[in-house]
Design a binder for this molecule. Sequence first.
Ligand SMILES: C[S@@+](CC[C@H](N)C(=O)[O-])C[C@H]1O[C@@H](n2cnc3c(N)ncnc32)[C@H](O)[C@@H]1O
Length: 299
Amino acid sequence: MRGTTGALIGQARAALAAARIESAGLEARLLVAHALGLEPASLLLGSETVHDAPLLPALLARRAAREPLALILGRREFWSLDLAVSAATLVPRPETETLIEAALAARPDRGAVRRILDLGTGTGCLLLAALGEFPAAWGLGVDLAPAAAALAAANAARLGLAPRAAFLCADWAASIAGRFDLVLANPPYIESAAIAGLMPEVARHEPRRALDGGADGLDAYRRIVASLPRLLGPGGVAVLELGQGQADAVAGLAREAGLAAPALRADLAGIPRALILEGDPPAAAALGKKTFGVAVRDE
Ligand SMILES: C[S@@+](CC[C@H](N)C(=O)[O-])C[C@H]1O[C@@H](n2cnc3c(N)ncnc32)[C@H](O)[C@@H]1O
């Protein structure tokens, strides 16, 4: 494609509108900027300069096939961090920022959080945002997908957080020993049967491993919540993302695991999104495990 910035945006908007993309105007602008290698804010709409944009048709075709815009652009902002994203894992969602808000509200003393664990780290969004907010902390991000763990490590390096972050390819916390001050997790929580009915951007383009919570959506919570009593150090707190309508069920799992009365934090839409679970110091001490450092278990 070839034309002035305004003409390219007009053609892109028409192509996206024909594919029934809702925010066709905004996305056209972002895709034209990406095709030209420019920041969106630097597009000069009134300019008569003619640009060649040979990549633009392929970018528009990908979006018309419902590939998420963030995957085409290769980046997404989360908690004001510019993160690389890929098809290896979920594109970070705005509502997931509720977990960081909840962690900050639960632990206002920023220097007191020293060890952070992020289960199902994906892009690393939660761990990296938390490391930015808790400057004395070191963090471990775990993901079953090697490509996701590698993506998170690359994001940590780009953000200058690599010295305080490590990433492990593992099955939830099965291979993690040691205690943490803060455990974060946004697990897959969609009921298996509901995935096919999700918007095509999600159902067709995001990995099933990042979405599928089993028949009732709670499989990952069962595993994660059961491991929390041994993962939380004295005074430790876990913050888990919830799918809509899952608060009671996951809080019930927490109570069964012996965790203190849970609290909830709602997202901007008013949906209970973060479950805050305080570790039980006496019970944690009774387990007799060491309360510092992290080791990989041999089991
Ligand atoms: C819903 S995504 C969340 C990604 C990221 N934390 C976020 O909030 O955007 C869930 C992540 O859990 C990972 N995952 C799925 N099963 C896992 C398992 N058994 N052990 C560790 N990670 C797993 C997926 O690969 C995916 O990256």
